[in-house]
Ligand binder design. Structure first.
Ligand SMILES: [Mn+2]
Length: 285
């Protein structure tokens, strides 16, 4: 489902010639408002028009009761205010810690996204768009390794896992950028993280999810794949100039938890610089 896609906020922040779009990809936010605000500040400094959050947004864990019948997700409401304040669009994909029962109460709009609070958009699995000639595909979802210790519909939702239907929804049309929550299976998985240490059921759940995402990766052949979930920042070379990049989470430094996609940059990606140390700043003032 292609279609020119524009977040509700203006793209006036894009700093280069008209049509070039810069966006900040952001790892797991886990409903951390202070961390998310830091990401908005940095996105503004970097001339990004949009933030795309790669799952474990933290939808629907805390509610603000507006009246007897209406409640809104507190974190999504706070992100709505940040969208207004910074003039930067915001979208997120499925992690494994979203309240999926509540999420699907928001109907999909005509362009295939759902607006969960004003100007905060959820991108379902299989959602595609193209902007400035760069094609994007989204496939969120992952399994919780500790799901046996969680309570269904309270702290765990079965819809978290990637399914064959999600893979089918992604199709086999090629893409430039694949955005996922979990990391698709690659040879490095066995070298680095071959067991969850949560038992055989968790190991199998993880493996199944990664193999389904590998199908999407192989079918759509993206130049870059960016994911969250593992809470660590690392880059894998997949050969032929293709890369898979993991982003860290809200408890890490922002330069490890975010990067910029620039539709005109070579390789499409700009990594964030590590900020100067406080000491260096103090010395300069
Ligand atoms: Mn997470």
């Amino acid at each position: 489902m292609y279609g020119l896609w524009v977040c509700a906020a203006s793209i006036a922040g894009a700093r280069r010639s008209l049509g070039v779009v810069r966006m900040l990809l952001l790892g797991d936010t886990h409903r951390n408002e202070a961390f998310t605000r830091k990401a908005f500040v940095r996105a503004k400094e970097l001339g990004c028009a949009h933030i795309i959050q790669l799952g474990d947004f933290g939808y629907g864990w805390n509610w603000l009761q507006l009246n007897d019948t209406l409640a809104v997700c507190r974190f999504a409401a706070s992100v709505s205010l940040m969208v207004d304040e910074f003039g930067i669009g915001f979208c997120f994909l499925d992690g494994n810690h979203e309240n999926f029962d509540q999420l699907v109460n928001h109907p999909l709009g005509p362009d295939g996204r759902r607006e969960v609070t004003p100007n905060v958009w959820h991108l379902p699995r299989g959602y595609r768009w193209e902007i400035d000639g760069v094609r994007f595909l989204v496939c969120g979802g992952a399994t919780s390794v500790d799901r046996l210790a969680r309570t269904p519909s309270v702290s765990w939702w079965a819809q978290e896992a990637v399914t064959q239907a999600d893979v089918d929804a992604c199709g086999d049309e090629s893409t430039d950028v694949l955005l996922t929550h979990d990391a698709p299976m690659t040879p490095a998985f066995f070298e680095n993280v071959s067991t969850t240490r949560y038992g055989i059921q968790a190991d199998l759940d993880v493996l199944r999810n990664k193999l389904l995402l590998e199908q999407v990766l192989l079918a759509t052949n993206p130049q870059i794949t960016v994911h969250g979930h593992l809470h660590r920042h690392f880059v894998q070379d997949l050969g032929d100039g293709r890369r898979m990049i993991g982003l860290a989470h809200d408890r890490a430094a922002l330069h490890r938890a975010a990067l910029v996609v620039d539709t005109q940059a070579s390789g499409l990606v700009e990594f964030l610089e590590k900020p100067a140390s406080n000491q260096a700043k103090a010395g300069g003032s």
